[in-house]
Write a protein that binds this ligand. Structure first.
Ligand code: MCN
Length: 779
């Protein structure tokens, strides 16, 4: 059977090597004792009984970490805050230090001969807690008199950021003919990669080297975070990862567990292995979104957008994850007014600490937050004005002639044809035929709605340089080394295709080694839909160098001057003659077990790209049950030049389905009274299944960018940015005729049914998120 991706045979036949597949002689196992409460002071920990349990080799607490000089996990502010203020750093220990601040926080690490013995011994640890009041939402964290979570952080708000010109925005609102307002909540979600967190640490006492086998989206960034936390020298920390079973953003950062396991491996002198359970994924993987927002749009009498005022309040959890503040701020700044020509825009973003799992990136990393707000606001404007939502969008879009376009936050979009993308989508989705489909659905008692979203993303913004290396092996195989990890994106295939096309070699000749610890490269993790732009472009730089080196070899082989040699489709030829030699034959001729003359290390730094698209969803709702079915979905996307269409389509499908999962059910719900995660398993947390979305109608409308040699724009997260607002706009469109005027995600059957029932009973509840109560209060 032919496989379309090079990695498929290995992965589908079970030959992948994930973190838990590694084992070493003498290996022992760890188990983490986790906090069973949201907020408490630790008065004491008694380890005596646990240490005496059979097979136990060590029980490690924060005191051991301190003795070894371990400090705080890092966090970064992307930019200065409001008025030039600095972000207040929050101490995040490797193991709980005097207090626990969320259910699931690691308190102690038990190492034993087997995982079961370690788990048993953890039960014997006695922790003397003094319970403290907990805050379970950003709103309650900021309320006067709220419990304070961290020393030196009065008010629980470590970072307050703004972008845009508030005075110009005020002036825009002052001359508005109409103002449209909306408050929205983008609920907390749990990433749930297929592969739970896992880590295996080997310590070489003779050299002082730590080999940390862990699931990661990129080894260099994770190593840097571990080095900062532990104080261990950079050249002594080696992150090893081969296959990684999904990331979605939550495998970007180093976790406290990884640092604790380094301590454990050094102390017991044997390799220590730990594999999280799915419950631990729910309780301790970074979670995401959890943003309350308000938006106001000012329009003139001709429905032109005049000004935009936005406010975002992020629930950041109990500690600042390294990328948490970055995710909260950068995408909103980059895409503050989306695809629209709005003369003035202003956004204020605050982050607040709560007694929940730390928050960070999840597919889209802030773009689904800004796009969700903007596209629901524009849709609301169309409803209030009684105009066609597509026409209102088109009227206010940045025209291609205005490119490059400087946005109100000072970011420059280099290219794009947003109106043409919208026109394609409207045609493919048969936008004008919707009324007939709605009537047909109504005749069988079903509510049908249509929703649109025009999104833009900033991918690869602010990334540093990417190094790549190509090594030519003894059997003609070419191994590519990169820092970024493929964890589902098909990099093995697309990188090979980038080089195969330029070098004129079959793609099967290339192998990919992500983050090989023996080849230290500078580079970024896989994230922000930037890897093709960064690594793919650096590979084209490498290809040029390989061709140039090959020219010297060809000149020698053909006994000609290299200036006379031309290269085309894998063949070096003396210009104007039929004398030639292939690159392939030069590779073989010079192959040996040592370095090859064509071996090349290259790098590049390539700027942000702005992929965009227009998605149109249609849903039908059964008012008797509240079940929402997605019945049509069209997406037209501009990802610039596409390297592999099947992979890009797969990425879009995955992103759209992930958006559908959040819209229709996913919700990390914490009990406001006890601080327990109520949706902590797949029984309570519905993962999207393949049948949730119908066959998608996808098309591309490429406007290649000149900011990288491939002309490509990122694609890995775009589906989420499009689908969240398109689907929710469709659901609102279906619900409005039933009298429901406002509705928040997730559109579970119970919530939809309840909203319709309340509206019909003449009590049109807004079905809004009302912190700190859980959503069950609405149901
Ligand atoms: N591609 C292409 N042509 C383009 C753009 C991209 O052929 N114009 C290809 C690329 O070569 C790559 C894939 O599409 O094979 C995605 O490329 P890119 O947009 O550069 O995104 P990244 O490789 O940087 O992947 C990161 C992105 C993010 S941030 C998340 S989160 C995410 C995602 O990718 N997590 C995923 N997709 C995922 N897919 C899977 N299966 N699992 C995850 O955890």
């Amino acid at each position: 059977m032919p496989f379309s991706r090079l990695e498929d045979r290995r992965l589908i036949t079970g030959s992948g090597r994930y973190t838990s597949d590694w084992s070493f002689p003498g290996q022992v196992y760890a188990h983490f004792l986790r906090a069973d409460r949201a907020h408490a002071r630790i008065r004491g920990i008694d380890l005596t009984a646990a240490r005496a349990m059979p097979g136990v080799l060590a029980v490690i607490t924060v005191e051991d970490a301190k003795r070894s000089g371990f400090g705080s996990l890092p966090s970064m502010a992307p930019l200065p805050g409001r008025g030039g203020s600095a972000m207040t750093k929050v101490h995040r220990p490797v193991l709980a230090d005097g207090a626990v601040r969320f259910v699931g926080e690691c308190v102690a690490c038990v190492v034993a001969e087997t995982a079961a013995l370690a788990a048993d011994a953890a039960e014997a640890i006695q922790v003397d807690y003094e319970d403290l009041p907990a805050v379970m939402s950003a709103e309650s964290a900021m309320a006067p008199g709220a419990p304070q979570l961290h020393d030196g952080l009065p008010g629980n708000v470590p970072y307050d950021f703004e972008t845009g010109d508030p005075t110009a925005v005020d002036a825009g609102f002052a001359r508005a003919a109409r103002v449209v307002k909306l408050s929205l909540h983008n609920q907390r979600v749990v990433g749930n990669p297929m592969e739970p967190k896992a880590c295996l640490v080997r310590y070489d006492a003779a050299s002082g080297d730590y080999f940390v086998h862990a699931c990661t989206q990129g080894t260099a960034g994770m190593r840097g975070q571990i080095v900062t936390t532990t104080g261990i020298a950079d050249d002594k920390v080696h992150i090893v990862a081969e296959d990684v079973g999904g990331g979605f953003g939550v495998r970007y950062n180093a976790y406290p567990e990884y640092c604790a396991l380094m301590l454990a491996a050094r102390d017991v002198g044997r390799p220590v292995k730990w594999t999280a359970t799915r419950s631990e994924v729910f309780l301790s993987d970074e979670q995401a979104r959890g943003v309350s927002s308000t938006g106001e749009l000012a329009l003139d009498a001709n429905n032109n957008f005049l000004a935009l005022r936005l406010e975002f309040l992020n629930d950041m959890g109990a500690y600042l994850a390294p990328t948490g503040p970055i995710v909260a701020v950068l995408s909103i700044r980059a895409c503050v007014a989306g695809v629209y020509r709005v003369p003035a825009a202003y956004a204020r973003i605050r982050i607040a600490m709560t007694n929940t799992v730390p928050m960070a990136a999840y597919r889209g990393a802030g773009r689904p937050v800004i796009t969700y707000m903007l596209e629901r606001l524009v849709e609301q404007a169309a409803v209030e004005l009684g105009v066609d939502a597509a026409a209102l969008r088109r009227q206010n879009m940045i025209p291609p002639a205005a490119m490059p376009f400087k946005t109100p936050s000072g970011i420059e979009y280099d290219c794009g044809d947003f109106p043409a993308v919208l026109t394609d989508a409207v045609r493919l989705a048969d936008w004008s035929g919707f009324a007939a489909r709605q009537t047909a659905a109504a005749s069988s008692g079903r509510l049908r709605g249509i929703g649109m979203a025009s999104y833009i993303e900033a991918t690869a913004a602010g990334a540093s340089k990417d190094e790549v290396e190509a090594r030519f092996g003894g059997h003609g195989e070419i191994t590519l080394y990169t820092v970024s990890h493929s964890h589902g994106q098909g990099h093995e295939t697309t990188y090979a295709e980038v080089l195969a096309r330029v070098l004129g070699l079959p793609r099967e000749r290339f192998r990919l080694r992500n983050g090989d610890p023996t080849v230290r490269l500078i580079g970024n993790a896989t994230g922000g839909s930037r890897t093709l732009i960064g690594v793919g472009s650096a590979l084209t730089v490498a290809a040029s160098e390989i061709i140039a080196k090959g020219k010297e070899l060809a000149a020698r082989a053909l006994e000609a001057a290299s200036a006379d040699i031309v290269f085309e489709k894998g063949v070096y030829r003396i210009a104007g003659t039929d004398r030639s030699v292939t690159l392939d034959s030069l590779i073989t001729r010079h192959a040996s077990s040592g370095p090859h003359p064509l071996d090349t290390r290259a790098d590049g730094r390539f700027g942000a790209t702005f992929p965009n698209g227009c998605h149109i969803a249609e849903v039908e709702i059964d008012p008797a049950t509240g079940v929402v079915s997605i019945v049509r979905y069209t997406g037209v996307d501009d990802a610039g030049t596409i390297i592999n269409h099947a992979i890009v389509e797969g990425q879009m499908q995955g992103g759209i389905t992930q958006g559908a999962g959040q819209v229709l059910g996913e919700h990390g719900i914490y009990d406001p009274d006890t601080g327990q995660l109520l949706s902590g398993s797949f029984v309570d947390y519905p993962m999207p299944r393949a049948l949730l979305v119908p066959e998608l109608t996808l098309a591309d409308h490429p406007v290649p960018t000149a900011t990288n040699p491939l002309g490509a724009k990122g694609v890995g997260e775009a589906g989420v940015s499009g689908s969240l607002p398109a689907l929710m706009n469709a659901i609102l469109s279906a619900l409005r005729p039933a009298g429901v005027t406002h509705f928040e995600m997730p559109a579970t059957p119970a919530r939809v049914w309840g909203a319709i029932r309340a509206a019909r009973a003449g009590q049109p509840r807004r079905f809004a998120y009302s912190p700190p109560a859980t959503d069950t209060a609405d149901d």
